[in-house]
Ligand binder design. Structure first.
Ligand SMILES: Nc1ncnc2c1ncn2[C@@H]1O[C@H](COP(=O)(O)OP(=O)(O)OP(=O)(O)O)[C@@H](O)[C@H]1O
Ligand SMILES: [Mg+2]
Length: 275
């Protein structure tokens, strides 16, 4: 499998005013390295605030002005500088954002989804698969329900024909059927040789649809495992194992903060050097 995207030693810090005289830096992502290969869905799981969206936004170059980004990006083996990233965004890299506020409120849905006229047929077929009526094309975002807006965002990324889709929690608010359809479409895109980074809270779903699962904690990737290892019970990192055990269909076991700390100490950053 060819490497589509490689991120090396990414760190994201925020410079914020403590008071009018001094600034402090807070860390969002710390020394994160990961690759995405052609043909795969790479799931990123982790607790709220662990840095999943920051990672998505760093890849898309969408971080706010007060973010200080360090690290190197490679696309198909070639180093990507700021200018090149700008060109790749929207052509080779496409984001399904976590928040539906990314839709432009002043622009009709059709204009946001379809950049070129030839995409109309594809748009109609994706809309049909996602249960969106054709007339949605001529609606404004405020006329959509939350679940509809989310499906529109998914359509935008799918139509873009990008080689890398970064999907940041694409399914909340959707019906189960639409969520399954969305994930199947991502799977199909990956099977065509593209790559998908699927960010989700839902480990259960990640295990079902992804090829590999990366676990984030406090701005770092602490473990990367083949998705099949979960069901085979081959989990070497105690934190990943604890996440799995916490699923309702397993033990539903909950852990204290001290236990989590000890899992992290024991497991460390297990994937480092193993890729
Ligand atoms: N613009 C910002 N300025 C300062 N800190 C930020 C900013 N954006 C995010 N952060 C911080 O970075 C950390 C990671 O945020 P991020 O949005 O990536 O979390 P997440 O894993 O996507 O969470 P969720 O699952 O809730 O979407 C959080 O502690 C957040 O407070
Ligand atoms: Mg997020």
């Amino acid at each position: 499998m060819g490497e589509l995207l490689r991120i090396e030693h990414l760190s994201v810090t925020f410079s914020m005013y403590r008071d009018i005289f001094s600034r402090v830096e807070s860390k969002g992502i710390e020394d994160l390295s990961i690759s995405l290969y052609s043909g795969e869905i790479l799931a990123i799981v982790g607790a709220s605030g662990s840095g999943k969206s920051l990672l998505a936004h760093a890849i898309m170059d969408l971080l706010p002005y007060n973010a200080i980004v360090r690290g190197d990006f490679y696309y198909q083996g070639e180093y990507v500088d700021g200018k090149r990233l700008e060109r790749l965004r929207g052509t080779e890299l496409s984001l399904i954002p976590q928040s539906i506020t990314y839709l432009d409120p002043t622009m009709k849905v059709g204009k946001q989804v379809i950049q070129e006229q030839f995409e109309m047929d594809q748009c109609k077929s994706i809309f049909a698969k996602l249960d969106l009526a054709e007339h949605v094309i001529s609606l404004y975002p405020f006329q959509l329900s939350g679940g509809m807006a989310r499906r529109v965002l998914v359509s935008t990324a799918l139509i873009s024909n990008a080689s890398v889709i970064v999907a940041d929690e694409p399914t909340p608010g959707m019906s189960v059927t639409d969520a399954v359809e969305t994930l199947q479409m991502l799977r199909q895109i990956a099977n065509e040789g593209k790559g998908c980074i699927l960010i989700t809270h839902d480990l259960d779903l990640a295990i079902e649809v992804a090829d590999r699962v990366a676990v984030m904690y406090d701005g770092r990737i602490i473990d990367i495992v083949p998705a099949s290892n979960f069901k085979r019970g081959v989990l070497t990192h105690p934190y990943t194992n604890a996440l799995y055990r916490a699923l309702p269909q397993n033990d539903f076991k909950s852990y204290t903060a001290d236990e989590v700390e000890s899992f992290l100490r024991k497991g460390g950053n297990q994937h480092v050097g193993s890729e």
